[in-house]
Structure formats: C-alpha cells, structure tokens
Ligand binder design. Structure first.
Ligand SMILES: [Zn+2]
Length: 204
C-alpha cells in the first residue's frame, strides 16, 4: 500500500490503537416474539408453585409490554398457608380453588388504560376461566408455547370460547430453543474478563 497522505497514517494509527471489534450490527439478537415469550418465561420464575410455573406477557400494537404476570396466590393471601397440592381427598386442600393464573395477573397488572387489541404471549394454552378474561379484556391474539393439557375439558371449552370470540391462537416456534441469561457477560470484552479498575471510564 502506498501511503501518501497524513490521513492514511491517521487511519492506520486509529486501526492499531483500537482493540474493539468492528462496529457491525449483531446478527443473533432476539426477535420481538422471542423476546416477549422469554419475558413470559422469566416472569414464571417468580412463581412459588412447585409443579407448574407459568408466565404471561401482554404486548400492544407498538410492541410495548403492557402487562406481565405469573401464577400465584392472591395478594394478601399467604402462599405459605394455602395449599399447593394438585390432589387431595378434600378439594379445599388443592391449589386450584385459590391460585390466580398468569393470564389473570398479567391482565390485572396492566400499565395502560386497557389491553384492547393486544397480543398475549403465554407459556401454556389458557384455561377456560382465563379465556373468559382474555375475551372480555379485548385481547385479540394469543401466542402460546405448549398445549399439553389439550385433552382437558377446560382447554376444549377455552378453544370453543376463543374461537367464537374471534381471538386468534397460534403456537410459538422459537428460533432459539434456549436463551441463557449470563449476569457476568456485561463484564466481558471480546471474551476477556475485565476488572473494575480496567473497565473503560471506571473511576474506582
Ligand atoms: Zn387459566
């Protein structure tokens, strides 16, 4: 290369000085749908239910999250005192009469005036009680990860209601089967760990 100008030297100097990767757009970023389903799954990790952790994430037409929820006991009702059992000789000793489903909590947790026209991302296909809430709240689309209880009457009734009300239901097929959250990744530069004293801009 024939270096004839000072500007060429400056370019070479900048290139050698830089230890950063080329500033090119990432290719493996999360798509919106994966992001929202991942938020639903992350929310599920808050659940105290020992058998079933379900999360739901409601998104409006601008791709903004307007509600998040997971399955749990009602506010003020101790999840240490109420039962978590699935089976018991007395139905009062099962969780089913007490637990608020993720869909209910996501709708009630809304941070907007309403959720009309929104999409709900949810881990499990909603039961009939949640289908009623979804329909009445004006949610127009459900994207679910699993329909493993499809043989249950509650799910059949749910589909009947959602179909009649014109709520679109679609199974979700993620590009990434697993998404790992690594809290330490923020302290890495090009696979190198950095300490606080070497972090750019750190004054500690
Ligand atoms: Zn439900």
């Amino acid at each position: 290369m024939n270096i004839a100008h000072v500007s060429d030297w400056i370019c070479i100097y900048e290139f050698l000085r830089s230890d950063e990767a080329p500033c090119k757009k990432r290719e493996d970023y999360l798509e919106w749908s994966e992001y929202f389903m991942a938020v639903a799954f992350l929310s599920a990790q808050r659940s105290k239910d020992p058998n079933s952790q379900v999360g739901a994430c409601i998104v409006n037409s601008e791709n903004k999250i307007v509600g998040i929820g997971y399955n749990g006991m009602p506010n003020g009702c101790s999840d240490d005192l109420l039962p978590w059992a699935r089976k018991a000789s007395n139905k009062l000793d099962t969780k089913y009469l007490y637990v608020c489903h993720a869909e209910l909590n996501a709708i009630l947790n809304k941070n907007s005036a309403d959720v009309k026209g929104s999409t709900m991302y949810v881990a499990l296909f909603p039961c009939n009680e949640c289908a009623k809430l979804i329909i009445q709240s004006g949610i127009k689309k459900i994207i679910y990860m699993s329909d493993k209880y499809c043989e249950m009457a509650e799910m059949k009734a749910s589909k009947r209601l959602l179909d009649m009300a014109g709520v679109e239901c679609s199974p979700f097929t993620p590009k990434h089967r697993k998404i790992v959250i690594d809290f330490d990744s923020i302290n890495k530069i090009e696979n190198r760990d950095i300490t606080c004293s070497t972090a750019p801009g750190c004054s500690h």
